[in-house]
Ligand binder design. Structure first.
Ligand SMILES: [Zn+2]
Length: 77
């Protein structure tokens, strides 16, 4: 019997947040992204393994990793 299993990583944009880039100092809005990893069987996601939040600077492309709490507070305003 053949079982195909693996990992699926998807990212979903979660809006723009006001952050100051630590690398280039760009003060504008940054794209907030939630990345999720799931265990898959026959390409069907069956088990969530984790998620992480990132903010991407539009000027230099730096990706800043955020905690779930930071992301929630930024999204709330
Ligand atoms: Zn930057």
């Amino acid at each position: 019997m053949l079982v195909i299993f693996g990992l699926s990583r998807k990212e979903r944009p979660a809006g723009l947040v006001a952050l100051l880039c630590a690398v280039c100092g760009h003060p504008g809005p940054q794209q907030l992204v939630r990345r999720r990893t799931r265990f898959t069987v026959f390409f069907v996601p069956v088990l969530p393994l984790g998620s992480r939040w990132e903010a991407r600077c539009p000027a230099c492309g730096t990706v800043r990793r955020l905690s779930a709490r930071e992301a929630r507070s930024l999204r709330a305003g």
